[in-house]
Design a protein around this ligand. Structure first.
Ligand code: SAM
Length: 284
């Protein structure tokens, strides 16, 4: 089967099947063999691995994954791509394509069925319109995971990696860094895709921690605090958390806990580290 990372081969398949790109599905197909190899190398795929690919498109990266992994399960929402995948993945017996919406798939069940419940690797050139729900869904559900290696919008990759005190720092940074170690492995310009996206992209690898780096008694409560702090970014923590209806804390209690932590009552959430959010949550 022709390597679809070569632009001419992708164009031929698209023309043969008279494929129409669907903007609503975030379809930008990779046409750069160098970038494909970087992704596969960063994901450190071995024959022992079961890989979940989200959005295989016409199967470009799926072919690379199938060459290296023991098993590949690819979930694609667009029905029109299924006959194309049947053709481009015909030589690979270790690939299963599922026509479904990844946000509706029970991924824990997939891991059970295809990898006997052992940790899987996720590799994807993600549809950018649902990057955050996909990542949060993977972390918050109980999918056994080793790592997630994904192409995302450059700005979103930066948000996942930064620490406190920068403009990109927010709820996504803290959530990702609670569950995994993030590393940007490549920056990818728009001309590596067909059609070209309007934004720069980056490949980021998130390696799941066996145990989170901070101890927190109630994860849900900590994430509710984090969300409330960044919803009202410009407010002090005392005002932001004291005004959030769903948290059940008073401004006075927040001020008291900040004092116990040796902090000023005028601090803002954007300066707070993960350790400080964990401590705040435990004390509250
Ligand atoms: N992996 C291919 C590649 O690299 O060339 C395609 C990547 S493209 C950025 C994103 C893919 O995700 C498209 O094939 C799109 O149809 C698919 N997709 C979009 N929303 C999806 C969803 N909710 N569930 C599963 N797949 C989805």
């Amino acid at each position: 089967m022709a390597n679809l990372g070569i632009p001419q081969n992708t164009i031929e398949i698209l023309q043969k099947h008279k494929f129409n790109f669907q903007k609503k599905f975030g379809q930008n197909f990779l046409i750069d063999t160098g970038v494909l190899e970087r992704i596969i190398d960063a994901a450190q795929i071995t024959p022992e691995d079961c890989v979940l690919e989200i959005g295989p498109g016409i199967g470009t990266m799926t072919q690379y994954l199938a060459e290296r992994a023991g098993r590949v399960v690819a979930v694609e929402i667009d029905k029109a791509l299924i006959p194309i995948l049947k053709e481009t993945l015909a030589p690979y017996e270790n690939v299963t394509v599922i026509n479904d919406d990844i946000l509706k798939v029970d991924m824990e069940k997939l891991a059970r069925e295809y990898n006997a419940g052992r940790p899987i690797k996720v590799v994807a050139n993600l549809p950018y319109y649902i990057t955050t729900p996909i990542i949060m869904g993977l972390f918050e559900s109980h999918v056994p995971l080793q790592s997630i290696t994904i192409m995302v919008q450059k700005e979103v990759a930066d948000r996942m990696q930064v620490g406190p005190g920068t403009k990109d720092y927010g709820a996504l940074s803290l959530a990702v860094q609670y569950y995994a170690k993030p590393e940007i492995v490549a920056n990818v310009p728009p001309n590596c895709f067909i059609p070209r996206p309007n934004v720069g992209s980056a490949v980021i690898r998130l390696t799941r921690y066996e145990k989170p780096p901070v101890e927190v008694a109630d994860e849900k409560k900590m994430f509710a605090l984090i969300r409330a702090s960044f919803n009202q970014r410009r407010k002090t923590l005392v005002n932001g958390l004291g005004n959030a209806g769903n948290l059940n804390v008073t401004k006075e209690r927040v001020a008291q806990v900040l004092e116990e932590m040796g902090l000023s009552p005028t601090v803002r959430g954007e300066t707070f580290t993960l350790e400080q959010f964990a401590q705040l949550s435990n004390l509250l």
